[in-house]
Structure formats: structure tokens, C-alpha cells
Design a binder for this molecule. Structure first.
Ligand code: ATP
Ligand code: MG
Length: 238
């Protein structure tokens, strides 16, 4: 397996709270990794550290053999790490097309290439019919698709999804899963943070479980479900 991302003993503290406590994990090229754990266990903090929104206090982030621990988020996007946020981050009064093409132009200087990538991203996320709409007029599902299109349009190798199923109906979740699977078949790697484990466990190849900032489990989804400590931290959830 070729290593795409390595998090090496990453620690992040917020005052007295240890949000991440020496967390190490690896993601291979084209892998689908689930990142789970109870509320406040450090999942979003880890996504923030990988995408560069926050800098860890200790430890290293290595992407394709390059130490990116102190690289700014936009430089990481250019290297091939994209993300969607927990909660929406689109420009509400800018048509869908421009929301996506702005993201494309942040990476591609060539306007024609940026346009071609924008069309591709809108096609994959099934947003062509909504290209002229304002995000404020869209459903939560379509908004999630705009966010995903903005992440995909920069040509990532790794996409970080923080709670992509939140607020969606079962059939909408199935559509997100279908899109993620198709992208993954074409070699795109994902780290997916989710509380909706029934859906997530069917999608991912491997899971990492965090609890109080520590990695407590790493392995196959079915092994996670039968692991005693994982069951304990998820009591009543699994
Ligand atoms: N900017 C911040 N300032 C202070 N504390 C923070 C900050 N961000 C996160 N924390 C704290 O760090 C811990 C981990 O938070 P984080 O958001 O990473 O958890 P999470 O696993 O994503 O939780 P959830 O499932 O609820 O989204 C929590 O105790 C949280 O309160
Ligand atoms: Mg979170």
C-alpha cells in the first residue's frame, strides 16, 4: 500500500483540554477511512490539523512524503487535500456555478481548464440543473453537493468529509454514498467523520476510533463493532 497521508503523534491542546493526544494514523492511496468517536473526542480537530486550519502543538503531518505540518490550508489544497466542513461553507448569494468555479480558480490559473473542471465537478455532484441557482434557495442536500463540488474541483487526492450525512434523508445519504464510491473507484481517498455508523460502516474499508483525544481502535468496521472498548464509548449508539 502506498502511503498518502501520515499523522505522526499529533497533539493539540486548547487551554486545559487535550483535544488530540499523540494521535498517529496513516491513509493509503485510494483508501476510504472512517473516523469515529463520541462528541468532543477530537475528530474535527484532527480534520482541522490535516487541512491546516489549526497547527498541532506536537507531531507531524506528512502528505506524499512531504512534511506539511506548518503549511497554510490553500497550499495543502494545491497539493491535493480538500475538505468539506461540519456545517455549510458556501457563499449564499453567489450562484452555484461561481461558488464552484471560484474554488477551481484558486488552483488552476488557466481559465479554460478551471471551466472544464467546474463542469466536471457539477456533473459528478449532479448540480448542472442548479448551476444558476443561489445557494440560499437550495435544499440542505443540494448545499452539501455544492460544498462537495467545491472540494472536488481542485483535483484532490484526499478529501476530508466532516459529517457529510448530517441533516440528510436516508435516500439522500444513499446518493452521497454512491457518489463517494464512484470517486473512490477512480482512486480518490477519503477520511469520513460520521456519527451515522450504520451507513458509514458499510462504506469504509477501515475505521479509526477516537475517545477523549486518544486513538483507541484501528481496524476493519466489523472488528470495531465487536470491540469491547469501542462498544463501551458508544454505549447505546451502535
Ligand atoms: N477552538 C477551540 N477552542 C477550545 N476548545 C476547542 C476548540 N475546538 C475544539 N475544542 C475542544 O476540543 C475537544 C475536541 O473537539 P472536536 O470538535 O474535535 O470534537 P469532535 O469529535 O469533532 O466532536 P463532534 O462529534 O461533537 O463534532 C472538545 O472538548 C472541544 O470542546
Ligand atoms: Mg466534530
Amino acid at each position: 500500500m502506498v502511503k498518502l497521508l501520515v499523522c505522526d503523534s499529533v497533539t493539540k491542546k486548547f487551554g486545559g483540554i487535550v483535544a488530540l493526544d499523540k494521535v498517529s494514523l496513516e491513509v493509503s492511496k485510494g483508501e476510504l477511512l472512517g473516523l469515529i468517536g463520541p462528541n468532543g473526542s477530537g475528530k474535527t480537530t484532527l480534520v482541522n490539523v490535516i487541512s491546516g486550519v489549526i497547527t498541532p502543538d506536537e507531531g507531524r503531518i506528512v502528505f506524499e512524503g512531504k512534511d506539511i505540518t506548518r503549511l497554510k490550508p490553500h497550499r495543502r489544497v494545491a497539493l491535493g487535500i480538500s475538505r468539506i466542513f461540519q456545517g455549510m461553507r458556501v457563499y449564499p448569494y453567489l450562484p452555484v456555478y461561481y461558488n464552484v468555479s471560484l474554488s477551481a480558480r484558486s488552483v488552476y490559473k488557466d481559465a479554460r481548464l478551471a471551466r472544464a473542471k467546474t463542469t466536471w465537478a457539477l456533473t459528478i455532484t449532479r448540480l448542472l440543473a442548479e448551476a444558476g441557482e443561489l445557494p440560499i434557495n437550495l435544499t440542505p442536500y443540494k448545499l452539501r453537493m455544492v460544498e462537495l463540488a467545491r472540494a472536488l474541483v481542485t483535483g484532490p487526492k484526499l478529501v476530508l468529509l466532516d459529517e457529510p450525512f448530517a441533516g440528510l434523508s436516508p435516500s439522500e445519504i444513499d446518493e452521497v454514498i454512491e457518489i463517494v464510491k464512484k470517486l473512490n473507484e477512480n482512486g480518490l481517498a477519503f477520511i469520513i467523520v460520521e456519527h451515522k455508523l450504520r451507513y458509514l460502516m458499510k462504506l469504509v474499508n477501515r475505521v479509526v476510533v477516537l475517545n477523549e483525544g486518544k486513538k483507541i481502535f484501528e481496524g476493519k468496521p466489523d472488528e470495531a463493532v465487536s470491540n469491547e472498548e469501542v462498544a463501551r464509548v458508544y454505549l447505546g449508539v451502535l
